[in-house]
Design a binder for this molecule. Structure first.
Ligand code: PPS
Length: 568
């Protein structure tokens, strides 16, 4: 079981001559523009990373995988790999038809011969695959709020790999890695899957894991899609490259995997095992809470921390790869050395810094000791995560029309400008609708589009170190969450609910719109004839009834100070 298979794995690509021909012919086909996640999935389907899958799953395979982790022919495969599309697109195509799959720049990557088209039961998929139909799980949120309503399945003909301009030399297909292992004569290869920067404890544990298994080590980080809020892959790869020098020469390789993770814990661990097997590895390190999604909406862990190891162990023979247990490594001060937590000499001082503590220290610009991480890694992290008081951020006001959002936002803007230091941009509801969204109305679809545009601009401002203040109604929770995810990739998102009641807004009726809405002269009016989903997890709630604007703006400033975003 633990001998590598150097022989090439089947890919789904056609020859380059056929690819040229197909590309021309595919110009006449209906095209689907792949989402970033689908592009990741397609890349691994085509290059054999998802072997033995031959395309996006049809309904029988999907049903089997959802129900019991097996495709229709009984093959172990724990994760649905599906092509989700909108209803409008699904209406235009039918089984038996070929469609072109294009990347976001319009390049044709593959042809899908549609064999199945169906509407999945997403609640069942969430329960079975992710363990709970709970939107706090990033993949469940994706399933309900981002994925299309209809699935298409069928075999894929690969035309070309998705183009990557970054870290080209560090990306390898399964066959390229197999060839490399053969060339180097590596017979046992232990893979380390990660979505985080490596610190000294990781270096120690991977080194030990490889030594115990008498294997070489493949550091195989995911650079496709990880958990929202993770350190971006550009920074991480620079960190991995720095850590690579810490291993004995010729023992360790680094290769980037363009996988879109689902954070599905136990099922994800089995999936990662199959993917590593396809990449020629013989062992994989599975840790505590492998690919864990964080807490559920009740504040509890989604999975038992050892469930991933158990499920992997139960299927190890079938996966064809051995599991190496992750040892929790801690630093023992007296010995100036790392030890597995269960081998610490009695009476010694154990030092450890949790992920949360590390983020706090980075945020606040505090010391990160050398025993914890490598100076180059810390320097890279500091470059991309400057102290919070130097980062960009977004204050996102939400509330009914006339609740006072714009007034507070304006007051906040001038106060922040008075303080100086960072450029401030106000994206007020009305102003945005005049410039960015002049063609949009107030249907759910148009409102969502409007908010996503605001979110996009705010995330760009945040990324570039500025302050974005947004003040739309933004009535839908899922859309606000999507904006949060966009912004949090670069800085803090401070959702502020201006919680003025509908009665008070209507009483004020500054623009006379409530009256018109009551008379039916304005349709789909928020709070009257259209929904407003009040936030339940906003960073701040301000009440404008009986409080003046200045005080409300001050409350926001205090919150920003408390979050370390501004200095008093
Ligand atoms: S949304 O839902 O977030 O896209 O709305 P937003 O872009 O903030 O626009 C709200 C402003 O448009 C005016 N207006 C309406 N609001 C709600 N519902 C309907 N049907 C509507 N029609 C026009 C209204 O002046 C809102 O301004 P504010 O500043 O919120 O009072």
């Amino acid at each position: 079981m633990s001998l590598p298979n150097y022989a090439p794995i089947p890919e789904l690509y056609v020859s380059s001559d056929s690819a040229q021909k197909l590309k021309l012919e595919a110009g006449n086909l209906i095209s689907w523009d792949l989402t970033p996640r689908q592009t990741c999935d397609l890349e691994l389907l085509m290059n054999g990373g998802f072997h033995p899958l031959k395309g996006f799953m049809g309904q029988a395979d999907y049903d089997g995988v959802v129900a019991n982790m097996r495709t229709a022919d009984g093959t172990l495969w724990p994760m649905p790999i599906t092509l989700d599309v909108s209803e409008a697109f699904a209406d235009k195509v039918a089984p038996g038809q070929d469609i072109a799959l294009r990347d976001q720049e319009g390049v044709i990557l593959a042809i899908l011969s549609i064999s199945d088209k169906w509407v999945p039961n997403k609640a069942v998929e969430a329960e079975k695959v992710f363990g709970a139909d709970d939107l706090a799980h990033p993949a469940v949120n994706y399933l309900h709020n981002q994925a299309g309503k209809v699935y298409l399945g069928g075999p894929v003909i690969g035309i070309q790999q998705p183009v990557h301009y970054d870290f080209k030399a560090r990306r390898d297909t399964p066959n390229e890695l197999r060839a490399l292992f053969r060339k180097l004569g590596w017979r046992k290869i232990v893979a380390f899957q990660t979505r985080n920067p490596l610190h000294r404890a990781h270096q120690e544990l991977t080194f030990r894991a490889a030594r115990e298994a008498e294997a070489n080590l493949l550091i195989h980080p995911v650079v496709g899609m990880t958990k929202p809020g993770d350190v971006d892959h550009f920074t991480r790869v620079r960190c991995y490259e720095a850590v690579l020098d810490q291993y004995p020469a010729q023992t360790t390789a680094l290769s980037l995997l363009n996988l879109a993770m689902r954070m599905a814990g136990p099922r994800e661990a089995v999936w990662h095992g199959l993917i590593r097997k396809n990449h020629g590895c013989t062992h994989m390190i599975v840790g505590r809470d492998h690919a864990g999604p964080g807490k559920n909406s009740q504040g509890k862990d989604f999975y038992d921390p050892y469930a991933a190891q158990e499920l992997f162990a139960a299927h190890a023979a079938e996966i064809g790869i051995e599991m190496v247990d992750f040892k929790h490594m801690v630093y023992v001060a007296e010995k100036a050395q790392y030890f597995p937590a269960n081998e610490v000499p009695e009476g010694s001082t154990v030092l450890d810094i949790s992920g949360t503590e590390l983020r706090r220290r980075l945020r606040e610009g505090l010391d990160i000791p050398e025993w914890f991480s490598f100076p180059q890694v810390v320097a890279e992290l500091r470059k991309t995560s400057p102290a919070r008081s130097k980062q960009g951020f977004t204050v996102f006001f939400t509330g009914l029309s006339g609740s006072g959002k714009s007034t507070i936002a304006n007051a906040l803007m001038v106060k922040l400008m008075e303080m100086g230091g960072r450029p401030v941009t106000l994206l007020d509801g009305d102003v945005v609708r005049k410039h960015l969204s002049s063609e949009l109305g107030f249907s759910k679809e148009h409102r969502d589009l409007n908010i996503k545009r605001i979110g996009y601009v705010a995330s760009e401002i945040t990324k570039n170190g500025g302050i974005a203040i947004c003040a739309p109604i933004a009535p839908y929770t899922a859309t606000r969450r999507a904006v949060r995810e966009m912004v949090e990739a670069y800085g803090a998102f401070v959702e502020t609910h201006v919680a003025t009641s509908i009665e008070e807004c209507e009483r004020r009726d500054r623009k006379g719109l409530y009256k018109l809405a009551r008379e039916g002269k304005i349709k789909e009016f928020t709070g009257i004839s259209d929904p407003y989903e009040a936030p339940t997890h906003a960073e701040l709630v301000v009440d404008t009834e009986g409080t003046d604007v200045d005080h409300c703006a001050h409350q926001v400033l205090l919150k920003l100070e408390q979050m370390g975003l501004i200095k008093a």
